[in-house]
Design a protein around this ligand. Structure first.
Ligand code: MN3
Length: 200
């Protein structure tokens, strides 16, 4: 069963002005779509084609002979997850159990934001910044290229794509401004809270 590109969970203009419809047309319509096409080509007639994506990622992680499958599988998963981490009229400060857990594990919400921004802006080259659950504790991590916390025994709760294709049309080289705007205006804390509840 071939993978299909999942539709965006909102209209193409819904995330403006932080993420323009033009960026989404390329990022979802071209980049994410290409990872789906490449994954299907690389796994055609393989038993991997019938496994859930999370299982494929964990099965081929670290296998240099299957690096192409890993990269495309992880990029498909990471992008679908990223789209769900965003919502119009969102961002700011979460509430409830998620906020309590952030305050318990980072000291304060501001301390989490600061650590997340540092991870996102110090990822050298392409990659991702993450909030993960690791052995029951929240942590901020960053991964390079297609790499994903799923390959490291961690549960992803929230991510921001910091590949240049994620922000260059809207922010050019200003990655810190892109990350700050996502946290302030688009972070879908309701989705993150669901991820935490499922993982706890
Ligand atoms: Mn991307």
């Amino acid at each position: 069963m071939a993978l299909e590109l999942p539709p965006l969970p909102y209209d193409a203009t819904a995330l403006e002005p932080v993420i323009s419809a033009n960026t989404l047309a390329f990022h979802h319509g071209k980049h994410h779509a290409a990872y789906v096409t490449n994954f299907n080509t690389l796994t055609k007639d393989s038993p991997l084609a019938d496994k859930p994506l999370e299982e494929v990622i964990k099965a081929v992680a670290g296998d240099s002979a299957k690096a192409g499958i890993f990269n495309n599988a992880a990029q498909v998963w990471n992008h679908t997850f990223f789209w769900n981490c965003l919502a119009p009229n969102a961002g700011g400060k979460p509430s409830g159990a998620l906020l309590a857990k952030i305050e318990a594990d980072f000291g304060s919400f501001d301390a989490f934001v600061s650590e997340f921004k540092t991870a996102a802006t110090t990822q050298f080259g392409s990659g991702w910044a993450w909030l993960v659950l690791d052995q029951g504790k929240l942590k901020v991590t960053k991964t390079a290229n297609a790499d994903t916390p799923l390959a490291h025994g961690q549960v992803p709760l929230f991510t921001v794509d910091v590949w240049e294709h994620a922000y260059y049309l809207d922010f050019q080289n200003r990655r810190p401004d892109f990350v700050a705007a996502v946290l302030e205006k688009l972070a879908n804390w309701a989705f993150v809270a669901q991820n935490l509840a499922k993982a706890s």
